[in-house]
Design a protein around this ligand. Structure first.
Ligand code: FEO
Length: 387
């Protein structure tokens, strides 16, 4: 059992998953991921969300140990995504007297995932409602689209704990030795990034509460310097860049466009760019490239023409940026094509379909391998980008 002390009455019963290949079947998690679940022990006992089915056995052991022979009165369901909700039926069958605490949307969606009778076992809560457990009282706040429509969060009034569902989550098992920000950003931008407006609405509600601890459904419990984490969420959800810097993202088949990308990065550094991050879109982690594009205020795309279209990994990158509502950045384009270059036009069209992207002119065209004239054109493009 992972030992994470929250308080005498609130016990961590979640599980680290270090063997999953892809979280949500798409995100690489080289340091794993945690499915967090908590038990509140008071006059009444309450479990705050279950865990992924990959973690059922370990979670049940943690729960049994933490309950110390007591029964379970409530299961609070914040979110129905299976990485948290997989064990609802199992728990309901194990504790036949246990009540399910959730909002109306959750109860409406729950039968889609399970096949058991919830009649007589539901406690339906709405915005601002409270549930008294003894000395502890949970208050419920709806958080639609953070990250599904049924999501809610809970504020425990006596210990001032926010159970924040996916909010403030992070990739990485709890014993991963890494700082919070990079993997929390990669998680946020890729998983919740599309719903900035809804995250802002939740942060507005949270600002009215005196929060001393944040208990998310993934990643570490946050107890100190909460202003830092909330500040990052305010920035990320507003789509404003965090830092001055350039992401150079390239799609190269045989290496010529890769060489141009490295040259562009060198030019940008020589011209004083504060940070330059280069991504080979065919090989580097796509989620990291997307998160980095949101982190910095400038972007350079270098892409080949392939079958008269974009090379698939560039198309994939731009699709991700668009769907995560990338906006309010400055961008420059370098295309490559040996006989009929098209990628510049196509990359530009993608960027033009996003809000507030300032595209530097002109698009630089390389014909196959980079020549001296191309370098000069890229220098001029770098000047425009950094101006
Ligand atoms: Fe961690 Fe949206 O589930």
């Amino acid at each position: 059992m992972y030992d994470m002390k929250i308080s005498d009455s609130v016990v961590y019963i979640g599980v680290n998953d270090k063997t999953i290949d892809l979280f949500e079947s798409q995100y690489r998690v080289p340091k794993g991921v945690s499915y967090n679940s908590y038990l509140i022990l008071d006059d009444k006992t309450a479990v705050m969300d279950t865990v992924d089915k990959r973690a059922t056995n370990e979670w049940l052991k943690n729960l049994d140990k933490a309950l110390q022979g007591r029964s379970l009165d409530y299961l609070v369901i914040s979110h129905l995504e299976p990485d948290h909700a997989s064990n609802i039926q199992l728990l309901a069958e194990k504790f036949p007297e246990m009540k399910l605490v959730a909002n109306a949307k959750i109860f409406a969606m729950l039968p889609q995932f399970f096949d058991f009778n919830i009649e007589g076992r539901t406690v339906v809560v709405k915005e601002g409602d409270t549930l008294c457990l003894g000395a502890h009282t949970l208050q419920f706040f709806m958080a639609p689209m953070v990250h599904w429509p049924e999501v809610m969060v809970e504020y425990e009034q006596s210990e001032k704990i926010l159970f924040s569902a996916d909010g403030f989550g992070k990739f990485g098992a709890l014993d991963a030795e890494e700082e919070w920000t990079d993997e929390a950003r990669r998680y946020f931008i890729n998983i919740v990034g599309k719903y900035g407006t809804q995250v802002q609405a939740l942060l507005k509600k949270a600002a009215t509460l005196d929060i001393q601890t944040i208990c998310p459904l993934h990643g570490p419990v946050l107890k100190e310097d909460l202003g830092y984490y909330i500040g990052k969420y305010l920035t990320w959800s507003s789509y404003e860049p965090e830092e001055d810097g350039v992401v150079v993202a390239y799609a190269s088949i045989h290496g010529n466009t890769a060489k141009a990308a490295e040259k562009m990065a060198q030019i940008l550094t020589e011209k004083g760019a504060k940070a330059v991050k280069v991504f080979d879109l065919a090989r580097d982690d796509m989620a990291e490239a997307v998160a980095s594009a949101f982190r910095y205020d400038k972007l350079v795309l270098l892409g080949v023409t392939y079958d008269g279209a974009l090379f698939p990994c560039m198309e994939d990158f731009l699709y991700h940026l668009k769907i995560k509502t990338y906006r309010n950045r400055k961008a420059a384009i370098v295309e490559n094509g040996s006989w009929a270059p098209m990628s510049g036009k196509l990359m530009k069209a993608y960027l033009e379909s996003m809000k507030g992207i300032e595209i530097c002119e002109p698009v630089v065209t390389i014909r196959s391998a980079m020549k001296d004239g191309d370098t000069e054109n890229m220098k001029a493009l770098a000047d425009t980008l950094l101006a």
